[in-house]
Write a protein of this length. Structure first.
Length: 101
């Protein structure tokens, strides 16, 4: 999850989804990693290009981008969009990093 300190949609996501995310099957499959959008990128995320808005959720599989959710469309839409991304993962994939998104 790329986020910014003053991002009100990040705060809404935290209140609506963030409090339960790690406890869900989706959260176990795609653990959340938080990255400050305006800070220097961690070396393993340098290949992730075009992140301009917060929050942006990027799903990775073995370091490659599977897809992303730009913005927070509300709880109901978020879970549906996340499932579309998770369905793109190979069946044998282990835990992913969903965030940096």
């Amino acid at each position: 999850m790329f986020e910014a300190p003053s991002c009100e949609w990040c705060e809404v996501w935290d209140d609506e989804v963030g409090v339960v995310y790690a406890k869900t099957s989706e959260g176990r499959l795609a653990p959340l990693r938080r990255v400050a959008i305006h800070d220097p990128r961690p070396s393993d995320l340098i290949p992730i290009a075009g992140v301009r808005y917060s929050p942006t959720f990027v799903l990775l599989d073995q370091g490659r981008e599977v897809g992303r959710i730009v913005g927070y469309p509300g709880e109901d839409h978020f879970w549906g969009l996340l499932q579309v991304l998770l369905d793109k993962l190979p069946r044998s994939s282990g835990p992913q990093t969903f965030g940096d998104m």
